[in-house]
Design a protein around this ligand. Structure first.
Ligand SMILES: *Cc1c(COP(=O)(O)O)cnc(C)c1O
Length: 224
């Protein structure tokens, strides 16, 4: 399945006008597809399985900014900390502490986003506001992570008003946090995927994660 070059050019043009960064979500797609996107000038790629990301990272020698966007288990943190550009999916204090610990071992400071639970579904990962404030309180003690902002996934629904209200909630929270000194340097609000990125941008997203629109539908073959 070839990369959709025309759509890529169109999307990147629109995002540039809105000052939004594109993370091309390459999960389940072969390294050749990533290379093809890189030839178009794309540098930011998102993956959500640790094993798959580690394999692709070892095969692609050029500089890629790898974004980890899936649920991250604490015992797998050390596999990605050496090279990851941004972890979007920090959904617990425990996970953040482990990232900090592994980063400290390598003398790195790892950029992270805090993932908030904004969808109606029970299954989507993310923190509530109580957990968020616990993490924010601890930020000054975690010297090897840098919190850059928030991430969220809206409900999987055709109800665009529902999606819009979830993104609006996250965007308001993000703006509120930016007014407190601890979060004054927040600069990334990661929200929006293939089906809803336009709504997300209207609601203030600064970074969208788009997969199937660029690379075609994913075929999981039951393995992933
Ligand atoms: C797969 C995935 C995406 C991209 O989804 P598409 O619908 O293919 O654009 C974005 N964010 C996360 C967290 C994902 O797992």
């Amino acid at each position: 399945m070839p990369v959709n070059t025309i759509l890529y050019q169109e999307i990147i043009k629109n995002l540039r006008v809105a000052n939004v960064t594109l993370v091309a979500v390459s999960k389940t797609k072969p390294v050749e597809d990533i290379q093809e996107m890189m030839n178009l000038g794309q540098l930011d790629f998102g993956e959500n399985y640790v094993q798959e990301l580690a394999e692709k990272q070892s095969q692609i020698l050029q500089d890629v900014r790898w974004h980890f966007i899936g649920h991250l288990q604490t015992n797998k943190v050390k596999q990605i900390v050496p090279f990851v550009h941004l972890i979007h999916s920090v959904d617990s204090f425990r996970l953040l502490k482990e990232i900090n610990k592994q980063a400290e071992k390598l003398g790195r400071k790892v950029d992270c986003l805090l993932q908030m639970h904004i969808a109606q579904e029970e299954t989507k990962f993310g923190m509530n506001e109580t957990e968020l404030s616990e993490v924010l309180d601890a930020i000054p003690t975690l010297l090897n992570v840098q919190i850059k902002g928030l991430m969220g996934m809206a409900s999987l629904t055709d109800d665009t008003e529902q999606v819009r209200s979830e993104y609006r909630y996250l965007s308001n929270l993000y703006q509120q946090l930016q007014t407190i000194p601890l979060c004054g340097s927040f600069s990334i609000l990661s929200m929006g995927m293939s089906s809803d990125y336009k709504i997300a941008i209207e609601e203030g997203s600064t970074m969208v994660r788009i997969g199937s629109l660029l690379f075609g539908e994913r075929n999981y073959n039951g393995s992933k």
